[in-house]
Design a protein around this ligand. Structure first.
Ligand code: 5GP
Ligand code: MG
Length: 179
């Protein structure tokens, strides 16, 4: 495993190793398994960043579930644009269903607070959020996150699904932008 990586013009240093991430994902899945026992939720993967976290989580789950994908866009390079565009919507009806949203990272909280508002209009039975990462210092919008992997400083990270200009999503570890 490399300590430093370069993607386009930026250098990143190791922040969370693959082993640390996998251990934390398993611990979150253990809690979610208890909470969703006897239920059949829709696991809602927020593309693109959450595809790896979702894939790892669902393989630890021991309740029946379906998986849906939605896509929003608010980031350009390493900065949030503060605007969220929905690019891809869901196929299934969510009225009366339990929905578990799986997100890679909550930064300002703008994306998720909008996503939850929109979901609520369709009257799901419940909505919970699992986010691998949370940047508490960047949070500006009210988001009730039920399962958090790691609280991290307000620095840009890549790897494990997260990109820098679409690169780095394939990295098994998470790297932080080097100043
Ligand atoms: P928010 O709407 O909470 O400000 O931003 C959420 C989205 O921005 C995340 O789902 C993620 O796609 C992207 N994002 C926020 N912080 C980072 C970061 O540090 N690295 C990367 N690669 N994406 C981020
Ligand atoms: Mg995302």
């Amino acid at each position: 495993m490399n300590e430093l990586i370069t993607l386009n013009d930026k250098t990143f240093e190791i922040y969370l190793t693959e082993a640390e991430i996998q251990a934390r994902v398993k611990a979150l899945a253990d809690r979610i398994n208890v909470d969703y026992k006897g239920r059949k939720p829709i696991v809602l993967c927020i593309l693109n960043g959450s595809f790896i976290f979702t894939a790892d989580l669902v393989r630890h789950f021991n309740f029946p579930l379906t998986v849906e994908f939605v896509r929003y866009s608010s980031y350009r390079g390493t900065e949030s644009t503060g605007r969220v565009t929905k690019i891809l919507g869901m196929k299934s009806e969510i009225a009366g269903k339990d929905v578990l949203i799986v997100e890679d990272i909550i930064d300002t909280g703008y994306t998720l607070s909008n996503a939850v508002k929109e979901l609520m209009r369709q009257h799901p039975a419940s909505v919970k959020i699992a986010s691998l990462l949370l940047k508490p210092e960047a949070l500006k919008h009210d988001v009730a996150c039920n399962y958090i992997g790691f609280s991290i400083p307000n620095k840009f990270v890549v790897g494990y699904g997260l990109d820098y200009d679409e690169l780095g999503r394939d990295l098994p570890s998470i790297y932080q932008l080097k100043e």
